[in-house]
Design a protein around this ligand. Sequence first.
Ligand SMILES: [Zn+2]
Length: 526
Amino acid sequence: MSSYRQVSGVRVLDAEHAPYAAGLLREAWGDGGPDAVPVRLVVDPALPEGGHRVDVPETGEVRLTGDPFAGLVYAARDLLARATPAGLPVGASAAAPGLPLRTLWTWDHSTNWDTRQLGQQEIGALNPYGKSADAFGADYRRLVDFCSRERIGGIVVYGLLRDAHGGVEAARDLCEYANARGVRIIAGVGINAYGGIYFDGRHRYNLATWLHHRPDLAAELPKKVGFDIDEFGDLHFPASDYMMAACPSRPENLAWHRDAIDWLLDTLPVGGINFETGDYGSCACARCADRAGGERTSWSYEAMRSVYPTLLETARRPGPAGVPLRHLVEVYWDNIFDLDAQKPLADLPDDVAYQYCVNRAFWYDQRDRLTAEHVGRLPHTTNVLRTHAGSQWNRQRHSWVPEMYADMATRSGAAGMRGLTIFAEPSAYHPTNEISYLAYARFSWNPELPWADFWRDDVAPRFGGSAEAEAFRDGAALLDDPATDAAALTAVRGDALAMVAATGGEVQRRWLWLAERAARYAHSAG
Ligand SMILES: [Zn+2]
């Protein structure tokens, strides 16, 4: 029979290791008091990021142990979640992530987590910012809170540095907010593309500013700039300063990017960098054509080979909490099995993660090939799967895709991939996104989690029961099927409204979402 500790207040010891974690405990149980339980925070740098231990003895100090960055935040939440009306169960436990690199991917302009904002966008890769300046923090703080709560380690932000939402100061505020909560803000930067290091503004490390100053260093892009994704169709980028690109064969550009990366890491407490060299057209100048021998894709492996040794050398330094920065190098999409094409990557540094993106159809066609043997043959040790599926890029921005994320996490774990990255621009207010994100969080933490456990613990209670959750899933699937007619959508609305009448609170809110969405789609379906 288990015994319990009564907690009528806590005295947090060594709180300076994780002030936010200490605050969570004090807020829940009260600070001090005559019978306060001592809770000591212990840092163990040997633990993987997010790894933690909780030890509740019969008497004496409760000990929470975690890695220097995120583990103590997770441990504090873990302890809080154990509390029962009978008290805190005595015992010890340990937990660590199955996929250590768990990252959400976003563009600033279409990240909508404060759903009250005007100026929301839902697609685009090189857009102006449509909201007021303070919306940036309002959106991203909510996303950080979600990640901290659900144990998701990082958020890639493209457009992190932009005059329209506060530039350096707003970016710094966000990084500090996230660091305190055990979430890395990973600066999305374009090398020779995508605005450079300071995405949008009159700044010396903005790429357009640089190329207006040195037009001789610009890339020769093809006439049509954009890319093709089967599930999306042809995407054409409008001509603008945002899509200016620099020639990767010019040493002046590499020196400029190296200085810009230095400046970025001296200026902002980011948790890492998501590097990419551009995917909307390769430079066709004589030097580049000579070196690359003609690239077949809208990105260039040769450009990667030529810039990354210098840039990764510059970026190799400690980050928040003194632990090394976590960098991701984009290897683009639907090419993880094309070992020949990746040969130019073989000489790149091995101490960063290489991120391979897949689209939905490619995943379902090819996923059986993602084996430990194949992953062992990739050019580098640390490999991360990323997907456009479940996002606007596969026409699934609000789709119900928890089964797919679970499948990706499970297969990635079994094959020895080290992480999974998904898009997370829409708020978890949308129940379809919420359940998809939760599947991502649970299965990337534990790739061996049984689906039935996830359904029982995370899905069913959110819809009023297991059968109800299945009905919600089926209704949401009809929204995604372009063949669904107005009558079928109106039936979904009616069923959802019956659930609204029968439920309350957050369960009711989820059904209300489905009813409204079905009504909206029926109106347009005619
Ligand atoms: Zn060139």
